[in-house]
Write a protein that binds this ligand. Sequence first.
Ligand code: SAH
Length: 256
Amino acid sequence: MGGVAPEEGLNMARRFFVEDIGPDRPYAEIRGEELRHLKGALRLSAGRNVVLFDGSGLEFEGTIESIGRDAARVRINGSRQCRSESRLGITLLQGLIKGDRPELVVQKATELGVSGIVFFTASRTVPRPDAQGLLRKLQRLKRVAVEAAKQSGRCVLPRIDLTGFTEALRLRDWELKVVFYEGEGVAGLMGVLGQGQRPRSVAALVGPEGGFTEAEVEEAQGEGFRPVGLGPRILRAETAAISVVSILQYELGDMG
Ligand code: SAH
């Protein structure tokens, strides 16, 4: 698969992520990778209107006033509450998988509106990359999340993290925690979701290529994760991850 090159839709052409704009600042500056994108791929010039988002859930209409070597200066004309964020906070806890499939999972889960993607090294994670490799991978995944958030018109960047298994289980006290396990006799997702309550935060735990060990499933259950099946077929980790986020947004979020 040739990587996950970002599409250049209209949203993408005009949207830029800028840290901490703040609700009533008259100006903002686009720097770094976002500035390179503005000058390089998009060749925008002064006078063009752009949309900025800072991760706070606000988005800002602005006009480029000047473009310098290190920053583009944008006059803020107005701000509005973002409409593209789901009321459901989904954290995808994903066993680290090989090649550029983590990038695929980050791109698709970001488009689908997750609030966080936490990769973890489990006992069956292969290959076990070194610290340097993990750091480079994390940087790349964060960049993919920015591009996918821009392209999909989001105003918040999902949190992208890399942790150990136990740490991932304890990151937050989610209202609903589900571990996807292809073992015998586990309940279906409908059985877990169809009980009427509408949690506002969910953790979806998906294993690496080699799946979970019994001990890992037990440890997850000990942390309040409910084992759930996804039908009789064995899905690749990335298929399971993208499917469960879609199902959760449909049932509990804003895609139904
Ligand atoms: N153990 C599998 C491979 C794991 S698939 C094998 O024997 O080949 C990677 C992950 O996707 C699993 O750990 C699980 O979290 C999820 N998954 C895949 N198919 C699933 C299913 N039918 N039900 C529940 N989870 C599934």
